[in-house]
Design a protein around this ligand. Structure first.
Ligand SMILES: NC(=O)c1ccc[n+]([C@@H]2O[C@H](COP(=O)([O-])OP(=O)(O)OC[C@H]3O[C@@H](n4cnc5c(N)ncnc54)[C@H](O)[C@@H]3O)[C@@H](O)[C@H]2O)c1
Length: 595
């Protein structure tokens, strides 16, 4: 028979604590919410009331339920108020000495059978537990932000946590409507160990002016379907908290450079730019604590964008006959551009034409396209097996095989055939765009237009500017994306551009975590989906993308940036060698042959 929790205490009503109080009170538990001072208590209470009022306004909670919920919460200053509770969750700032002091005090104040839990994201639960006389009743209960919404709780068991306590906390998570993943005490547990390397890398892109904050966030939302971009998420987490988490993970987690906090974070913390809670972080908010972003001096002006001298583009050449080329032809033709498709022969053209018609027909069946629009789109495409037909186009998009020698030869030919001033674009995902540019006599006109698969569906295009690309070419490329109703993000010509550079090292880190036997593919997939709201877990995604493709991208990133943390996980290499390439062959991290 498990233990019954009648009342709980929460220490610290900041970003996390206020949400955790709400989670418990929603489940009918009596909660004592404790802060360090009257001022902090009122601030925490206001945060919680604000969140509940928003839920009422959105119709997600009735006013009566809100009042009943608040009726279950007692607000108090000082830990002494916790003498009667069955469980305490500590959510004070991420400093070991502070947490140890609080646990020593809780040990004195709380009844002997009470369980003491910490919401730490990165500190050692074991080190916190030894500050008490009851380390076997100390456990990690790591909630995710925003706590009332995110389903995951990482339950962290130390070597001395008693099995009964683990089972009781697991049962409690179920009662709270949460999904728990129980793990041992390692820096960053599952989700943060995988999340923060990625967040830190995104900040380094801002610091290096590689792309703008808006573009980095849009790239990850539109390119990977993430609920928030990394910089908006840093603001939500709080830059001070993020700094402490990274710093601790770096020191505890084997000094992995991916976790060494990027200097910009410390500078922003020192300047008081803590994110949403202080009203300013990477973005500026209406007021401290508000989720509403307001324009500031870094917000791109729409007028400036529209005013850039873009060349007019009416006729587009698309070279290639694969999945990407076919999708790109569809995108342009549907948007009203005249398209010249060039393949390596009439047979290939016929196949591309067939696939284009099938895809457009699906649009008609789904009611997304009228029959007239379909026919008009098909009518806009002319089919050719020779590059000579590109002599009068305004833009060429190349989507041939991902081999540098082939692409360079193609660009040299385009240079001879195309009229002056035409924009020449490559849709390469991994090769340097500058290599294509210097194969021509007009490198200023060469740009990357990295579409995502399937091109007709995905709303993102990365516009890759080399060190030779002219402003006019970038302006034309972004204007064309606007005409295609795609979101263009502009970035520099570095391996992986924005999306792949941020995505694949994270996937690689997940493989390393399984390799180290810290967790399983299933639990890691759960953690990222339920803790961070990702549409797919890393192993599901790796199997879909293909392990061979993922390994190739990771190798490129490693070779270009020489970042030790980017070295491909040996397990990934072994699986590829063994022929376990993912869904396409029926087996990758998971076996699909029996499903
Ligand atoms: N921010 C996140 O996204 C997130 C997610 C999961 C876990 N965590 C973890 O949760 C914990 C809290 O982080 P946060 O972001 O909520 O921090 P925060 O700075 O927003 O809030 C901390 C609160 O603790 C209060 N406090 C400080 N000393 C206290 C004391 N002696 N007694 C009572 N209250 C005290 C502060 O007044 C403040 O309100 C950290 O361990 C953090 O790593 C954070």
């Amino acid at each position: 028979m498990g233990r019954e929790f009648g009342s709980v205490g929460v220490v610290g009503l900041g970003t996390m604590g206020a949400g955790i109080v709400e989670v418990f009170a929603r489940s009918g538990l009596a909660v004592t919410a404790v802060e360090i001072s009257d001022v902090a208590l009122h601030r925490g209470e206001a945060t919680m009331r604000g969140s509940l009022d928003r839920a009422v306004a959105k119709g997600k909670l009735s006013a009566d339920d809100r009042d009943a919920l608040l009726g279950r919460v007692t607000f108090a200053v000082g830990l002494a108020a916790l003498h009667e509770v069955d469980l305490v969750i500590e959510a004070v700032p991420e400093h070991l000495d502070l947490k140890q002091r609080i646990f020593a005090e809780l040990d004195r104040v709380c009844k002997p059978e009470a369980i003491l839990a910490t919401n730490t994201s990165s500190l050692s639960v074991t080190e916190i537990s030894v500050a008490t006389g009851r380390p076997n009743q100390v456990i990690g209960m790591h909630f995710f932000n925003p706590a009332p919404i995110m389903k995951l709780v990482e339950v962290v068991r130390t070597v001395v946590t008693s099995q009964d306590v683990v089972a009781d906390i697991e049962a409690l998570c179920e009662r709270l409507g949460k999904v728990d993943v129980t793990i041992t005490d390692r820096a960053g547990f599952i989700a943060n160990a995988l999340l923060f390397g990625y967040l830190n890398q995104a900040v380094s892109m801002v610091e290096a002016r590689y792309a703008t904050r808006e573009d980095i966030d849009a790239a990850m939302k539109l390119g990977c379907g993430l609920p928030m971009g990394p910089l908006a998420l840093m603001d939500l987490i709080g830059l001070d908290t993020a700094y402490e988490i990274l710093d601790t993970m770096y020191r505890r987690g084997g000094r992995d450079r991916r976790h060494a906090p990027v200097p910009l974070i410390k500078q922003m913390v020192t300047a008081g730019l803590l994110g949403r809670k202080s009203g300013r972080g990477f973005y500026t908010y209406e007021k401290p604590g508000s989720p509403v972003v307001v324009a500031d001096e870094l917000t791109p002006s729409k007028d400036a964008e529209a005013g850039q001298a873009a060349l007019s583009v009416a006729k587009v050449g698309v070279v290639g006959s694969g999945t990407m080329a076919t999708g790109i032809i569809e995108v342009f033709a549907k948007a009203g551009f005249e398209v010249v498709s060039v393949t390596r022969g009439a047979e290939k053209s016929a196949k591309v034409c067939e696939r284009l018609k099938t895809s457009l027909n699906k649009g008609v069946v789904r009611g997304k396209l009228t029959e007239q629009d379909r026919d008009a789109a098909i009518g806009r495409v002319t089919w050719s097996a020779t590059l000579d037909h590109l002599s009068d186009v305004d833009l060429v998009v190349e989507a041939v095989v991902e081999e540098l020698s082939v692409k360079k030869a193609l660009f040299a030919s385009l240079d001879e055939i195309c009229k002056p001033g035409v924009v020449l674009a490559t849709t390469t995902s991994s090769l340097p765009v500058i290599e294509c540019a210097v194969a021509t006599e007009r490198p200023a006109d060469v740009v990357g237009l990295h579409f995502f698969n399937p091109a007709p569906v995905m709303g993102l295009v990365e516009v890759v500017r080399t060190i030779r690309t002219s402003e006019a070419t970038v302006a034309t490329a972004t204007a064309v994306c606007r005409a295609l109703a795609k979101h263009a993000v502009v970035c520099s010509d570095r391996s992986g551009f924005v999306v792949n550079a941020l995505l694949f090292p994270y996937l690689n880190d997940a493989v390393k975590m399984v390799e180290a036997s810290y967790s399983t593919a299933d639990d890691i997939d759960y953690a990222m989906k339920l803790g961070c709201g990702y549409p797919m877990g890393p192993f599901e995604l790796l199997d879909v993308v293909g392990l061979d493709v993922s390994l190739a991208i990771q190798r490129e990133l490693y070779l270009e940036l020489r970042e030790p943390g980017f070295a491909p996980a040996p397990l990934l290499e072994h699986l590829v060698t063994a022929g376990y390439l993912g869904r396409k062959v029926g087996r990758g991290f998971r076996d699909y042959s029996k499903r």
